[in-house]
Design a protein around this ligand. Structure first.
Ligand code: F6R
Length: 241
């Protein structure tokens, strides 16, 4: 595990964006595992900026997102499909058919999980971007006595709904469930890029990266992966060392 701590968000975003841009330069048909939330916003902005400046084509790139809310259509501005278009896809030359998210409106959720997992099984991500939840979740894999390996539907914990309520008009509008890749799906990626910002996540960063590997801290499972790169701002990294 390589841990980098940055003085500024700008430096962190630049470093992360360079990893993606360099990958696509060396492997134009790269497979990217992508995340949503507030953490990657600046990274996507830098990727867009660099792609424009360096004339990088995403024409051969395929993407798989970690998760999507159950019950939200792609044109709902709180859906992760909408987020991805807003922050990344609409600004680069990626083909929409190469971008994948679970279908939040699937009428048969179990079949949707199987469909998504089969795609992930066929093509593993070269790099999987992850944020970290306050409770140690990755994707929407919430702390529990057992974790699912593959893509599944998860009932969101109240603390996660509360943390995400800032994006919705009211708490009632925060969906109660989501599709998420499982920890096993995530760990299949060749390289994992975990990005965490902010003092309020400093203690969960420490627990996840240096504490015991436990399903109660899903991100701690990343300790078992051979190629993990962790990018932290000063605040998120302040309890390490
Ligand atoms: C998002 C995701 C979540 C977030 C995590 C952190 O696709 O899977 O695990 O990465 O909840 O969210 P932010 O970045 O908003 O603090």
């Amino acid at each position: 595990m390589k841990i980098h701590v940055f003085d500024t968000s700008e430096q962190l975003d630049r470093f992360a964006a360079d990893l993606f841009i360099d990958l696509i330069k060396s492997k134009p048909d790269a497979v990217l595992g992508l995340a949503t939330g507030s953490t990657p916003v600046g990274i996507y902005a830098k990727i867009v900026e660099q792609a424009k400046q360096q004339n990088i084509s995403f024409g051969g790139v395929t993407t798989y997102n970690l998760d999507e809310y159950v019950g939200l259509t792609p044109d709902n501005d709180q859906s992760y499909a909408y987020y991805m278009n807003q922050h990344l896809f609409s600004h680069i030359d990626i083909s929409p058919e190469r971008t994948h998210l679970p279908n939040g409106m699937a009428s048969d959720p179990q079949a949707e999980c199987a469909r998504y997992e089969a795609m992930l099984e066929e093509r593993h991500a070269d790099i999987q971007l992850l944020g970290l939840g306050h409770n140690g979740h990755i994707g929407f894999n919430e702390p529990d006595s057992a974790l699912s390996a593959g893509t599944h539907v998860v009932k969101l914990k109240n603390e996660t709904r509360e943390a995400n309520a800032r994006f919705f008009a009211s708490m009632d509008e925060v969906p109660a469930a989501a599709f998420t890749m499982g920890v096993g799906s995530i760990l299949k990626a060749n390289t994992i890029l975990l990005v965490v910002r902010g003092a309020e996540k400093a203690s969960i960063v420490k627990e996840a990266l240096t504490g015991p590997v436990s399903t109660q801290v899903p991100a701690s499972l990343l300790q078992t992966h051979p190629r993990v790169i962790v990018l932290l701002d000063r605040e998120a990294g302040r309890m390490l060392v």
